[in-house]
Design a protein around this ligand. Structure first.
Ligand SMILES: [Zn+2]
Length: 64
């Protein structure tokens, strides 16, 4: 099980999917949780969640 590089929180599949989608498509073993990713991207967590929902609705295979 992967953990967030910054806060050490256990990662859900959507955390990993979001990291790949927004930061590095080829990332393999270094990821951030959604909270830390939102901060890195400089957007509110709610906005990141909305983007994840959007890509899910588009059938993006990175998200569960
Ligand atoms: Zn984190």
């Amino acid at each position: 099980m992967s953990a967030c590089e910054i806060c050490g929180k256990e990662l859900a599949q959507n955390d990993i999917g979001a990291y790949k989608k927004f930061v590095n498509r080829g990332a393999k073993d270094s990821f951030l949780c959604r909270e830390c990713l939102a901060e890195k991207l400089g957007i509110p967590l709610s906005q990141l969640e909305e983007k994840i929902e959007y890509f899910k609705s588009q059938g993006c295979t990175l998200f569960a």
